[in-house]
Design a binder for this molecule. Structure first.
Ligand code: GCB
Length: 593
């Protein structure tokens, strides 16, 4: 599935804006067929946005179940002979879509796109009623998992195993797009280097009838640097200008379907020529050791929750660049595609993560989690879950495979990883990731309860990724003990595995404006000293090739006695004011080579 594009042959339009919206916690809509007419008692809602924080009612904020979105769609008259699709960049966590009275698509998974073919409706020339039921329920068979509890009064509450608010809704753009009936269905690009020659392998899938494929690769000035024909091949670019961290140099691959002299279809694919390899404890981009500096982030903003917005995105990238970050992780789900586009253009490196967060039902027992269960069993995370997870991986790779910024897949964040059951669950998922993309390293993010001598899943990974909280959840307030214990553990990983180590999370909750002469937990001074301590340790262990602070900015969570108005481990506040630690990071990251 290709993204909507305007390119002289293909056309598209966004269906963003105000839609009609009706919450339906009781589930009446599916029973009574709400798609058959205008939504009753509807209010206006913006798309894209999470619905949870837009209004003041607690019921909507905490709703468990369906909400309904609806709008009228006019297909341009000129599209009557085209293949017309409606595409949702994301509907969290699942959606059913009707056009007029007909169910046209259903999709599971909150952060990857899906589409439905509307060509047969487009030909009618009349206005279409587009209705979407978006469901936010998390169960042991969803990714991420959760538990729904029924209260004595019959209301249902959602609990889950991850530490960010379960925002839901149409979080990203909705598109109407037209391609010729005979069309390019998919484009895959894999790049590599042969000394100073850039190699661009391409593969084109065609649908709707035969035609010849022609490709032209142009540099950023528009000059042709290579050409090819046929649905697969390798282009060679002598002395290629490479995509590299800090240098988001992009070529463009123009893929055309041709029939004689007629161009039947066209797709323009940005291409960053670069190589990625893991060798021993080094992570190499273009053969050069790369040290990840940056953050685990969240798509999280005041009022609109996880709704994508370009202004905030550009501002966040400006802050990343100001602080000297060269990379981030899409913790804990695939981010909007616009974010990866921008990372491509700026030369920011991305660790791309699935939505598999909180697959560890045995820990915590209760504070902000869903209660303790055996993680992997027939009744909890089971074969069905694994299949949903496998599909999520496939959809992530299919969506993001052509982004040069993406250098590493993260299959999950902090799952149970010390049991035979966890190994049996993850082994096929690592294989599925490698099958979907043999060109990039694969990893998962390990949590503190499964150190180097207990973790059974890390041997499957190309890279060690660990989240550690010495000085926060353990050794609280005692940075001397934390430094000893952190170093001992990281040294253990370095001694056990001949793999690069990325610290994918380290951080301390910090109240902006809470200052203390002694560095006490929650103060800005503590956050700074905490980070400085981690950096001393990292600098003593050569296998450590990455430091991602948790988190870029404060973010919303579910209610918990461990959280005061959300998670405060941000280096920036939720509205993006810098805490004191921002300067410390800037000093370090802008002075490292
Ligand atoms: C973690 C999780 C992250 C949490 C963080 C915390 O290990 O991966 O989602 O927000 O810890 O602040 O506790």
């Amino acid at each position: 599935m290709l993204r909507p594009q305007d390119n002289g042959i293909r056309e598209c339009k966004r269906l963003d804006g105000l839609w009609a919206f009706t919450p339906d916690a009781a589930g009446a809509g599916r029973r009574d067929g709400w798609w058959r007419g205008p939504l009753a008692e509807a209010r206006d809602i913006p798309v894209p946005a999470s619905y949870n924080d837009l209004f003041v009612d607690a019921e909507l904020h905490d709703l468990v179940g369906d909400v309904w979105y609806q709008r009228t769609v006019h297909v341009p008259a000129g599209w009557a002979e085209q293949r017309v699709v409606v595409r949702f960049d994301a509907a969290t966590h699942r959606a059913s879509v009707w056009v007029d009275d007909e169910l046209v698509v259903e999709h599971e998974g909150g952060y990857t796109p899906f589409e439905a073919d509307l060509s047969r409706f487009a030909q009618t020339g009349r206005a279409l009623r587009l209705t979407v039921a978006v469901n936010n329920e998390l169960t042991f068979q969803s990714v991420p998992p959760g538990v729904i509890q029924v209260q004595p009064d019959g209301t249902r509450t959602q609990r889950y195993y991850h530490d960010f608010f379960n925002y839901a809704g149409l979080h990203r753009s909705v598109w109407l797009s037209a391609t010729p009936a005979r069309h390019i269905d998919d484009v895959t690009v894999v790049t590599d280097l042969d000394d100073s020659t850039g190699l661009v392998q391409y593969q084109v899938a065609v649908d709707g009838g035969d035609a010849d494929v022609r490709v032209v690769l142009r540099d950023a000035d528009g000059a042709t640097v290579a050409e090819g024909s046929g649905s697969a091949g390798e282009l060679r670019v002598e002395n290629a200008e490479l995509w590299a961290p800090g240098h988001g140099y992009l070529h463009e691959l123009a893929v055309e379907l041709v029939d004689g002299d007629t161009v039947v279809d066209r797709f323009l694919q940005p291409v960053g020529i670069r190589s990625v390899r893991v060798e021993g404890t080094r992570f190499l981009i273009n053969g050069e050791p790369f040290h990840f500096r940056g953050f685990g982030m969240h798509e999280d903003h005041i009022a609109r929750g996880k709704g994508h917005d370009n202004a905030s995105m550009i501002h966040d990238f400006a802050l990343l660049q100001w602080i000297g970050a060269n990379s981030f992780r899409t913790s804990h789900y695939p981010y909007a595609e616009e974010v990866l586009d921008e990372a491509d253009r700026l030369g920011i490196v991305v660790i791309d993560e699935t939505a598999a967060v909180g697959q560890n039902l045995g820990m915590g027992g209760g504070f902000f989690l869903g209660g303790t269960f055996q993680t992997f069993s027939d009744e909890t995370l089971n074969d069905v879950t694994q299949e949903v997870h496998r599909q999520a991986i496939r959809e992530l790779v299919a969506r993001d495979k052509n982004h040069p910024s993406v250098v590493l897949w993260s299959v999950a964040n902090e799952p149970e990883s010390h049991t035979e059951e966890s190994l049996a669950y993850f082994e096929p998922l690592f294989a599925a990731t490698r099958e979907a993309d043999p060109s990039r390293p694969v990893g998962f993010v390990n949590m503190m309860l499964a150190p180097y001598d207990k973790c059974l899943v890390t041997p499957l990974a190309d890279v060690v990724m660990v989240n550690r909280y010495y000085g926060w959840y353990v050794d609280t307030g005692n940075l001397a003990a934390a430094e000893r214990n952190l170093e001992a553990e990281l040294q253990g990983w370095a001694d056990t595995f001949d793999k690069p180590i990325i610290i994918t999370e380290y951080g301390a909750d910090t109240i902006h404006g809470f200052n203390s002469i002694r560095p006490v937990p929650w103060s800005e001074e503590y956050q700074s000293e905490f980070l400085a301590m981690y950096h001393r340790v990292f600098d003593r262990i050569p296998a450590v090739v990455g430091e991602h602070v948790w988190n870029f900015a404060d973010f919303e969570t579910t209610a918990s006695i461990l959280r005061v108005g959300g998670n405060k481990k941000g280096v920036f506040t939720r509205d993006r004011a810098p805490k004191a630690a921002a300067r410390l990071l800037r000093e370090r990251w802008t002075s490292l080579p």
